[in-house]
Design a protein around this ligand. Structure first.
Ligand code: ADP
Ligand code: MG
Length: 331
């Protein structure tokens, strides 16, 4: 079991940022309104995610750490990619390659905690906590020295964690996010904060994009709201006059999850083609919502690639929606 978990872990958790992604996605799934992330040394020595979500009951704590014991599949919703995560792999994987402690409390229940290190699970113990969950991961990959060697500098890992948190924050504008670097000890330093946004989805998204990408992006952003064959495309795309220099700002989400996909990025370039120059890249945050059966998101457990059943149609939707918005804005 320990070995299997460590092998599986390598697939799910490539680096500290992938651990952060899994833990924050769990907090989102738990219905959190606020999520706090603390990291130290690029996430190598500490990643702690605190949420005010539904919590885990005492008797479920050991199950949460068992492979494929996820509460999120019942067979019928295997394809329901609105629930994040490579089904039931994340916590067992993290517990196999680091020192993991989960403390949790459900409404009306008592707080309890459980620890697992190198795949060895300890007993459930009483703890103190308000409603929600704290997952603390220390010394990632200490149990797999070969993996440790592949980690990059603290600075590079911190940057990757920043990117992951910002992408998730864009996808969930109604949730508040705080990212803190506690490398120096104590309260640490807040490196990113976004208060929960309010209003309708477009208001909230606009506010959140201003927070994450900057006021200048938000001021130069065109609202995108289009539909084709039950594929919904929403979000904001910047005017071609807006430039972030070489800093690429292309944020794409499929059914709420951040993706990095060549087809989608190509479509974006296609829509802006007439306006692009060497120092000008399209900047956009676009959200595709579709029937989960029409897209395969499990191309790889790290999940950033997707495969659409009809890629041509999706490309067409993006290109025409963006060109339409650009034309409306007089371009
Ligand atoms: P998955 O997310 O695919 O179900 P995980 O290994 O990430 O698998 O999590 C295992 C289970 O632990 C989840 O199904 C959920 O029941 C529980 N869980 C994990 N994190 C949280 C959290 N922050 N709040 C509430 N429950 C959680
Ligand atoms: Mg998960």
């Amino acid at each position: 079991e320990g070995t299997i978990n460590r092998i599986a872990a390598g697939e799910v958790v490539e680096r500290p940022a992938s651990a952060v992604k899994e833990l924050v996605e769990n907090a989102i799934d738990a219905g959190a309104r606020r999520i706090e992330i603390a990291i130290a040394d690029g996430g190598k020595t500490l990643i702690r995610v605190t949420d005010d979500g539904c919590g885990i009951t005492e008797d479920q704590l050991p199950l949460a750490l068992s492979r494929h014991a996820t509460s999120k599949i019942d067979g019928s919703d295997l394809l329901d990619i609105h629930s994040f995560g490579f089904r039931g792999e994340a916590l067992p994987s993290l517990g196999a390659v680091g020192r993991l402690t989960i403390t949790s409390r459900v409404a009306g229940g008592e707080a309890a905690s459980i620890a697992v290190a190198g795949g060895e699970m300890g007993p459930v113990k009483p703890a103190a906590l308000n409603q929600g969950t704290v997952v603390e991961l220390r010394d990632l990959f200490y149990a797999t020295p070969a993996r440790l060697k592949f980690m990059r500098t603290d600075r590079a890992e911190t940057q990757a964690i920043n990117d992951v948190v910002k992408r998730l924050a864009m996808a969930e504008p109604f949730i508040g996010f705080t990212l803190r670097d506690v490398s120096g000890g104590g309260e640490g330093r807040v490196t990113f904060r976004a208060e929960p946004e309010s209003g309708d989805l477009f208001d909230a998204l606009h506010g959140r994009l201003a927070r994450v990408l900057g006021a200048e992006f938000a001021e130069n952003a065109l609202k995108i709201d289009a539909e084709r064959d039950e594929f919904m495309l929403t979000g904001y795309a910047a005017l071609p006059t807006y430039s972030r220099g070489s800093a690429v700002a292309q944020f794409l989400f499929v059914n709420g999850r951040p993706v990095k996909d060549k087809l989608l990025i190509g479509a974006l370039r296609g829509a802006y083609f007439d306006f692009l120059s060497r120092d000008r890249h399209p900047a956009a945050a676009l959200f595709i919502e579709c029937d989960p059966h029409k897209v395969d998101v499990n191309v790889h457990p790290a999940k950033s690639e997707v495969r659409f059943r009809d890629p041509g149609m999706v490309r067409g939707l993006i290109v025409s929606a963006l060109r339409h918005a650009l034309a409306e804005a007089g371009h």
